[in-house]
Design a protein around this ligand. Structure first.
Ligand code: R5P
Length: 297
């Protein structure tokens, strides 16, 4: 069975690392395609590899998803026309998971609509730490096999190799699911703060009992860093309580404009996985994704 990896533009670093890992474990080979814009802004798609009868995995890092979805759908249709056997989507960061309920009258529940759209297009989905809050499992909204891996072990390995005497801190109640498991996998203690959000950029964090951790290195762990407000508020709180500037680990560094610079200016060390390409990437998800592919291919 021919197995081909096609990579959406701008994602070559993770693709190379993934191909190295996955080639050994699943025989996945990098395929070639051309995806560019016509002068009028419409997308041009051409698959250069022979994919007839193949299992094709498309790597698409889905931050800024609106720019990527139409080219992705055009690619999927092209592949179907070319007679592929199955198409899977590797989206290490799964977009549109946060609008998971109707918060205000008239709003759309984008998480459900996006899941329905992808489920109609591809045969399986592989992702890492999707933002599961009110939706408890991807199977509630995706009707295709959808495997959600977790970056807990890669984060724990990074912590063991890089941080002396860490205490993992979840910046809010939702992050406890990562903080607790990362701490257990690392073999260190953890603490969870409580957070209230009053607006997109107005987040307030409550004081935990931090006295026990003054000799530790605080490590904030969350699934997503977007505006950076959650991390900045939590860090300010920890520092006001006498702890040193924390290391901030986000599985997915979405980084709204200026967010990373603001965090760095506040003296924070920011570390993310390569689910989204960024200068803060230090945690490689390729080995984890390659393991996941073994189940899906
Ligand atoms: C919230 O539900 C998530 O787990 C993150 O805490 C949140 O997305 C972080 O956003 P920001 O960086 O904008 O505070």
């Amino acid at each position: 069975m021919k197995r081909v990896l096609l990579t959406m533009p701008g994602q070559a670093t993770l693709a190379e690392s993934l191909c190295e890992q996955a080639d050994l474990q699943t025989g996945l080979q990098a395929g070639q395609m051309e995806l560019r814009r016509f002068p009028d802004g419409e997308s041009y798609v051409r698959v250069l590899s022979d994919v007839k009868g193949a299992d094709v995995a498309i790597l698409c890092q889905l931050h800024h998803p609106d720019d990527k979805i139409l080219p992705l759908l055009l690619l999927v249709s092209t592949l179907r026309d070319l007679g592929v056997r199955r198409i899977g989507l590797i989206a290490p960061y799964l977009a549109y998971m946060r609008q998971d309920k109707r918060f205000h009258e008239g709003e759309g529940i984008s998480a459900r609509y996006f899941a329905r759209l992808l489920s109609q297009q591809v045969d399986w989905l592989l992702t890492v730490d999707p933002h599961l809050h009110r939706i408890h499992a991807l199977s509630e909204v995706y009707s295709i096999p959808a495997l959600a891996l977790t970056a807990v072990q890669p984060i724990a390995s990074w912590l063991r190799a890089n941080i002396d005497k860490p205490v993992v801190i979840g910046p809010d109640g939702e992050s406890e699911q990562w903080a607790a498991r990362v701490a257990e996998a690392t073999g260190c203690p953890y603490e969870v703060l409580t957070k209230e959000r009053f607006g997109d950029r107005d987040v307030r964090v409550s004081l935990p009992h931090v006295d026990a951790w003054r000799t530790h290195t605080p490590v904030l762990v969350d699934d997503i860093i977007s505006t950076g407000r959650t991390m900045l508020q939590a860090a300010a709180h920890l520092q006001a309580a006498g702890l040193c500037a924390p290391v901030c680990i986000g599985v997915h560094g979405i980084f709204a404009a200026g967010a990373l610079a603001e965090m760095q200016a506040a003296g924070l060390r920011v570390v993310t996985s390569n689910s989204i390409p960024d200068v803060s990437n230090q945690i490689d998800l390729a080995p984890l994704l390659a393991q996941g592919l073994q189940h899906l291919l």
